[in-house]
Design a protein. Structure first.
Length: 162
């Protein structure tokens, strides 16, 4: 019996590691990153207007991660891991990231040896452009440049964007 359970567990672990989960409503990947569309966005305890509001996002463009779908509702998680349900109309597919490193240098190219174009502070929300293996192109406050992927939240480590 132990051997059977071990084999079954191994097969389930292998399946979950290779399976690409899709949202039951949108058929888009789960999890995925989106951004907050409005200046105020209620985050509810459950997927309906009758559920209590736990808090309110107050930053337009804030990146969040969609981790579940139910009808017109999306369960989201912020960079601190806090989550709740948000109506889909309050979310945008525009990709943004939050700068995690203080005075992050934006380079002219995806390489540390290229000149620095600007510096951005921790907590700045930047629009996400293309990404390669280790770098992403960001724009914030009228400045553009490349930053190391690990210096921002809102993009997966292996994610490639054109």
């Amino acid at each position: 019996m132990k051997r059977f359970l071990f084999i079954l567990f191994s097969m389930l672990a292998a399946y979950s590691a290779t399976a690409k989960e899709r949202g039951s409503v949108t058929n888009l990947p789960i999890p995925r990153y989106v951004s907050i569309k409005t200046d105020e966005c209620n985050v509810r305890r459950g997927p309906s207007l009758t559920h209590r509001i736990d808090w309110v996002f107050q930053r337009k463009g804030m990146p969040v991660e969609v981790v579940a779908e139910h009808g017109h509702w999306r369960r989201v998680r912020d960079r601190d891991g806090e989550g709740g349900w948000v109506h889909y109309s309050l979310l945008s597919g525009v990709r943004t990231v939050i700068v995690e490193d203080d005075m992050l240098e934006l380079h002219l190219g995806p390489d540390e040896t290229t000149p620095v174009n600007a510096q951005v502070e921790t907590g700045v929300i930047a629009r996400l452009g293309e990404c390669n293996d280790g770098w992403c192109r960001l724009s914030a406050g009228g400045y553009r440049g490349w930053a190391p992927k690990q210096a921002v939240w809102g993009v997966r480590p292996g994610e490639i964007r054109d």
